[in-house]
Design a protein. Structure first.
Length: 116
């Protein structure tokens, strides 16, 4: 992060460079927030995953997927199928890893059950 040096310490505005491989904890507008149905209905779409990988909400999104009962569709560039215990559990493990990388504390018991 860099800080503007023209103001006293208490009044400085911080800015950050966001890259897809570095966690960032702000909540800017994301493509999925503009059209959430596309991410639920999109299946295992590479275009949606690419948009997710560049999103600064990616790590927060992974946490949200883990804390949303019955989450399905594309979350944080990971496709969560609505059926299939093994595939769902694999996706949820990937999301847990992403959320943890982003600094979000998620326990091992979050959302491992198949969708109702």
């Amino acid at each position: 992060m860099t800080a503007a040096h023209t103001k006293p310490l208490g009044q400085r505005r911080l800015s950050a460079t966001v890259t897809p491989d570095r966690p960032h904890h702000s909540a800017p507008t994301s493509p999925c927030l503009a059209d959430p149905d596309r991410w639920v209905e999109g299946g295992d779409d590479p275009e949606l995953k690419a948009l997710c990988r560049g999103c600064p909400r990616r790590w927060l999104c992974a946490k949200d997927a883990l804390t949303t009962p019955g989450a399905e569709g594309v979350w944080s560039a990971v496709y969560i199928p609505s059926e299939g215990r093994r595939a769902r559990n694999t996706a949820l493990r990937q999301l847990r890893s992403l959320a943890t990388y982003g600094g979000h504390n998620v326990g091992a018991d979050h959302n491992l059950a198949p969708s109702p």
